[in-house]
Design a protein around this ligand. Structure first.
Ligand code: PLP
Length: 386
């Protein structure tokens, strides 16, 4: 059969065949354990913590299909996926190269927890391949990047990272949360492991926390062994919700790409806005890379107002549609000030050096009408100028 499109895979891939009891929707298996005759290997005993109930298998097969990978594993959170994957690749004495602007939890894990296990790291600029060789050590085992970084939406030389890893025998890992499989499929670009916070676009409804590790069967077997021991397993009810959310992934993300593009252009043209960070805008530093690498520019925008941090808070209070809350990727638009939420752990100097001003506003575009969102942004911006 011809390769199916992602819209079709989102609905049909991984569904149990034959359908269980004829049910069109795979039911929730709310059972911790299953009949076992004692012949199974430990990791194959069916048990929720061993990540192999029918709900785990269905959602993992759908995830693998969406990214064109052999296998996938769902986890209890995005951080469970990231920490489990890194610890399945790295051992004491190893060294890992990581991108310079990581998700906060990942940054904390790499800088605070990995050193306690004897694992060192160096930071790379993913936009500058000529600087990477100098960071290699005898003990370098892996390279870790993000498809679209938070909150400045940078897009690095992603194909070059995967090629660099292959050349030097490193395992390449990428956090693909911000892009989702609709906009980028890392395995097709040569990455070994793709990671997700399914809390965001994959589930899309802001009602669960979940994660995923996607890649080759061999790497996923290693990751499952670690996850079986670490215990960061997703419960079947959350598997069911994630599975349900994923069926509409393509519809949601395609609309979010479109609306975010409209909002970014509106903000860019508004005289109350100093700067807009969106890969779809021609003046974004990663624009040409994003156009080559990504199928869509994503639903995340950040921007600074002319009035700076004081105005940013007043602006957030005057919005009536986007909800002021951290996180992203759901059907409702969410807005935050990274300096007060996701990047609060950094010192003001570190934030400034990373280009994250105190007045920066981050918008996760939902599926509301673009016209209504623009009208709401416009009204809030106008009220600041009065
Ligand atoms: C939210 C997020 C995570 C962590 O995911 P949780 O589900 O909250 O554990 C990791 N990476 C990125 C890019 C994220 O946005």
């Amino acid at each position: 059969m011809a390769k199916r499109h992602i819209e079709t895979e989102a609905v049909h891939a991984g569904e149990p065949t034959p359908r269980i009891g004829g049910a069109v929707v795979a039911p929730i298996f709310q059972s911790a354990m299953y009949v076992d005759d004692g012949d199974s290997d430990y990791h194959d005993i069916r048990y929720i913590r061993l990540n192999n109930t029918p709900n785990h298998e269905a959602v993992a097969a759908k995830l693998a299909a969406l990214e064109g990978a052999d296998a996938a594993l769902v986890t209890a959170s995005g951080m469970a996926a990231i920490t489990t994957a890194l610890l399945s690749v790295l051992s004491s004495g190893d060294h890992v190269l990581v991108q310079n602007c990581l998700y906060g939890g990942t940054h904390g894990f790499v800088t605070q927890d990995l050193p306690r296990l004897g694992i060192e790291h160096d930071v790379i600029d993913a936009c500058d391949p000529s600087s990477w060789d100098a960071k290699l050590r005898e003990s370098t085992r892996a390279v870790y990047v993000e498809t679209i970084t938070n909150p400045l939406m940078q897009v690095g030389e992603l194909d070059e990272v995967a090629a660099f890893a292959k050349r030097h025998g490193l395992v390449s890992l990428i956090d693909n949360t911000f892009a989702s499989p609709v906009n980028f499929r890392p395995i097709e670009h040569g990455y070994d492991i793709s990671l997700h916070s399914c809390t965001k676009y994959l589930n899309g409804h802001s009602d669960i926390v979940a994660g995923a590790i996607v890649g080759s069967s061999a790497l996923l077997l290693e990751a499952k062994r670690r996850l079986d021991h670490f215990g960061g397993s997703l419960d079947p009810h959350a598997c069911f919700l994630l599975h349900r959310g994923m069926k509409t992934l393509a519809l949601r993300v395609e609309r979010q790409n479109e609306t975010a593009g409209e909002l970014a252009r509106f903000l860019h043209g508004h005289d109350g806005v100093r700067r807009v960070h969106y890969p779809g805008l021609p003046d974004h530093p990663g624009h040409s890379r994003a156009r080559t690498l990504l199928d869509g520019m994503g639903g995340m925008i950040s921007f600074e107002l002319e009035g700076g941090p004081g105005d940013a808070n007043a602006f957030l209070r005057r919005l009536t549609l986007p909800i002021v809350a951290p996180s992203l990727g759901g059907v409702e638009s969410l807005v935050t000030r990274p300096a007060a939420t996701s990047h609060k752990g950094m010192s003001p100097e570190e934030r400034e050096a990373s280009g994250i001003s105190d007045g920066l506003i981050r918008l996760s575009v939902g599926i509301e009408s673009a016209d209504d969102l623009i009208a709401d942004l416009d009204a809030a911006l106008s009220s600041l100028q009065e």
